[in-house]
Design a protein around this ligand. Sequence first.
Ligand code: ATP
Ligand code: MG
Length: 270
Amino acid sequence: MLLELKSAGVTFGGTLFAGPRKRALAPLSLSVGGVPHILAVVGESGSGKTTLTRLLLGLLRPSTGAVTWNGDDVWRLPKPKFAEYRRAVQAVFQDPFGAYNPVYRVDRMLILPALRFGLAGSEEAARPLAEAALAAVGLRPAETLGRFPHQLSGGQRQRLMVARAMMLKPSVLIADEPVSMVDASLRATILETLYRLRQDGGMSLVYVTHDLATAYQIADSIMVMRNGEVVEQGETVSVIRTPAHSYTRDLVAALPPPDPTIDWGLESTT
Ligand SMILES: Nc1ncnc2c1ncn2[C@@H]1O[C@H](COP(=O)(O)OP(=O)(O)OP(=O)(O)O)[C@@H](O)[C@H]1O
Ligand SMILES: [Mg+2]
């Protein structure tokens, strides 16, 4: 299970109707999913983080280079392999509203993929999976399953996306600001759940965030982006302790002191 960017870069525009040329992502090589790993991608707004995730998810074609799944170009995968890739690489999007079909209730949104990806043979069999996934992100199934997405708060919608992704047990989860609208204590719970999926379930995570503090808590390595380029990359501890780039130094200087009221349960890793 290996998802790779091979000198993949993205340039938008440059044609008469598409606006001026804009390089959103300089050519970048990256491997995800070989060994279970959490990669945090941090950087200011517009630095290319979401563009990177859209490449990995096969939602955006690279302008140069390639995106490969187990060595094969994801844009040329034969149907069965493409289906396997779609199941194995799941997403939590930055904008949880845009990601939902507004006419489906929450139960449909969890049960349909469980059936489609063969996790359950029937709706009755899928329901307990859906309920367990909701409970893992702090949502009460009884209150949530019958609702439409617009009847949930932003933070509840984000948690629903995390629940859906986790239920499908992907090899790779690409999470773009997955907990930005969730309050601090619940954020810790959800990130801890994701962390455990990497520990116990062998899942790899690409965790996009503005928040260096949570990246520090769960990531094995950190990639810092600026203006479409990776300005720094390395093991979490060394990036935080000895940031090489001035932009990273500023981020580190802005880190809040550790909050003793949040129990991350991650002590064994540090
Ligand atoms: N479809 C598009 N057409 C033209 N330009 C785009 C498009 N999508 C993104 N861009 C530009 O590419 C750059 C990178 O955008 P991207 O969404 O990857 O940033 P980001 O790091 O995710 O920012 P944020 O933290 O605000 O989510 C930005 O300058 C953005 O305006
Ligand atoms: Mg973004």
